[in-house]
Design a protein around this ligand. Structure first.
Ligand code: ADP
Ligand code: MG
Length: 572
């Protein structure tokens, strides 16, 4: 049987014109258009519901993408993200209301500034492209508008494809640039390990963003491009750009100090986002961090399920022990302690901490406070007393933004001072200051780092059911997953970067529960199982199978979601 053609689709649409909305089910399936295949995977229930899911598959002979832009891995991902952005722009300029509700909507997941493997646009080695997007099938009231649907699917979609997904839609060199820049970023990140660096910020990088809600680079004369201090400058080799110079942040304990408003947090944020790649022109395309760098912050009010926080918190008032600490309502300090222990469990190798978002009493207890409040009455072992041990014993580095507490000078390997947005290496001077002004504080460490107990999440505590539905997942926005009846608040998980990533995490929780929890794995084994399965079988393992709105995440973000599930119960 040959595939029905665009003529057949047109005929079907005119046949169902004026019928009830359900008649749109007749267009489900594949249609051979002149230059590509159109697949309708899912038809929305009514014009007000989430729009229908549609795919186009364009053969390499039509896209004519250069093979160098399609090599599997970083190059194909870089190209795919460029195509998705262009498709989104074209769709945005053509989409318009074509009736009631969401009729006429045309939308693809736009990767914005990030370049991360995703399902919106996938590029095959032979140049074939598959793009997945949403279409609001047109209706008046709840009656099919067949003519409008034909215009949308048979005129607009082919025009958008022609203007975004084929080589001729792009200026020469542009495609290759996106592929190569992404490949370079990948190689730069891989070089960190061997060079014993926790992060790298290239000379010339632009770190500040337009605003807290606009991730595009700040522009204008006020922008100060990054320039490494000579002492910390390293040269890394990128396959396409060649030698790239910039500041290498050595493994160990690094402080970023300096006056308020001099760019400390901006630098840390660039590092925290440097676990992901960025598009050419972003300003951070050559800023890379340890792929296992995890941002740590205080998050009072979160839930914690049986985490051993005794590394940082001793016996709590009322005699609550902290080897198996659970609470529906953590304090600033206990939440930050739990975040670190959970990150270590998930395999973090670098901790990124900003004083702006830390609990002060977790970070430091100075000499005067030690004198006033005896140790027996202070359960907190401040981070300053563990940060060296974390590195020297476990090999876990820390990068800390600190403007307020000089006590940390005693425990730092490297000190970078930000002045007018530019870094200076003040490590030597910091040592002198530390010698000249002893803090007199005493270490509060009661003993060596405790062995961490295995945590085995209980499968039945991950319950995706809600009412009569056996599975109910909802991702309202980037910061919130509803898993069954449980709300997972991800507002403080700063390395989750898009709605599509959060959605993928929500589906991965379901996958973890359905496929990998029967033999009660520990948390790290569970994370391994899910991440390995995604590596081997691809992102289509998640969701319905052909979803266009899934973006890959790291094991750390999956762990963050699991650990914030309020119903989570853990055997430890
Ligand atoms: P700090 O953490 O030291 O108080 P921030 O990193 O929050 O400072 O930066 C303060 C302001 O300066 C922010 O609005 C930020 O966007 C801006 N900024 C940071 N780095 C630069 C830069 N390199 N060029 C121009 N503006 C910058
Ligand atoms: Mg700051």
């Amino acid at each position: 049987m040959t595939e029905p053609t665009h003529h057949d689709l047109r005929t079907t649409l005119s046949r169902i014109d004026g019928k009830g909305y359900k008649a749109y089910h007749d267009i489900k399936g594949s249609w051979a258009l002149p230059r590509f295949t159109l697949v309708v995977d899912y038809v929305q229930g009514d014009p007000y519901a989430a729009p229908s899911r549609v795919r186009v598959r364009i053969p390499g002979s039509v896209t004519e993408l250069p093979p160098e832009a399609c090599r599997p891995g970083a190059r194909a991902v870089g190209t795919g993200c460029l195509l998705a952005r262009c498709f989104g722009q074209e769709a945005g300029s053509r989409g318009r209301s074509r009736g009631s509700g969401r009729s006429g909507e045309l939308r693809i997941e736009d990767p914005a500034q990030k370049v991360i493997r995703n399902t919106a646009v996938q590029v095959a080695p032979d140049g074939a492209v598959e793009a997945r997007f949403r279409v609001g099938l047109p209706a008046r009231g709840r009656r099919v508008l067949g003519g409008q649907a034909a215009e949308l699917l048979l005129d607009d979609v082919p025009e958008i494809v022609q203007a975004s997904l084929v080589a001729s839609a792009h200026e020469s060199g542009e495609l290759l640039r996106h592929a190569e820049v992404n490949e370079d970023a990948e190689v730069l990140r891989e070089a960190l390990e061997e060079r014993e660096l926790a992060g790298f910020v290239a000379d010339g990088a632009v770190l500040p963003r337009r605003s807290g809600i606009d991730d595009r680079p700040l522009e204008g004369p006020a922008v100060v491009p990054f320039r490494s201090p000579d002492e910390l400058r390293v040269t890394l080799e990128a396959p396409n750009a060649g030698a790239v110079t910039g500041m290498g942040i050595p493994r160990g304990v690094t402080l970023i100090v300096g006056g308020g408003y001099h760019g400390k947090s901006t630098l840390l944020r660039a590092l925290e986002q440097g676990v992901y790649n960025h598009r050419p022109g972003d300003g951070r395309e050559r800023v890379v961090a340890d792929p296992d760098a995890v941002k740590i912050r205080a998050e009072d009010g979160r839930s914690v399920s049986s985490v051993d926080i005794s590394t940082f918190i001793g016996l709590l008032p009322g005699g609550t022990e902290t080897r198996h600490f659970s609470t529906p309502n953590a304090s600033g300090s206990t939440s930050q302690a739990a975040a670190i222990m959970e990150a270590l469990e998930a395999g973090a190798r670098t901790l990124l901490i900003d004083e702006d978002t830390s609990a002060t009493n977790f970070m430091i207890r100075d000499r005067r406070m030690q004198a006033l409040v005896p140790r027996e009455r202070e359960p907190i072992i401040p981070f300053i007393d563990r940060v060296r041990e974390l590195h020297d014993t476990l090999g876990v580095s820390s990068v800390l933004v600190l403007g307020g507490s000089g006590d940390y000078l005693d425990v730092a390997d490297t000190v970078v001072a930000m002045t007018d947005y530019l870094p200076a290496d003040v490590t030597e001077r910091a040592r002198e200051v530390a010698r000249a002004h002893p803090t007199g504080r005493e270490s509060e460490v009661p003993g060596p780092l405790p062995e961490l107990p295995d945590r085995r999440p209980r499968r039945d505590s991950l319950d995706p059911s809600r009412g009569r539905r056996s599975v109910s997942l909802k991702v309202r926005d980037q910061d919130a997953i509803r898993f069954g009846t449980d709300e997972i608040d991800l507002g403080a998980v700063e390395q989750l970067v898009s709605w599509a990533q959060t959605r993928a995490v929500s589906e991965a929780l379901l996958l973890a529960r359905n496929r990998f929890m029967a033999d009660r794995p520990t948390v790290p084994r569970l994370l391994d199982a899910v991440m390995d399965a995604l590596e081997e079988e691809g992102l289509d393992l998640l969701g319905h199978g052909h979803d266009g709105d899934l973006t890959l995440f790291r094991r750390h973000e999956l762990a963050a979601a699991l650990n914030r599930l309020r119903t989570l119960e853990v055997d430890a």
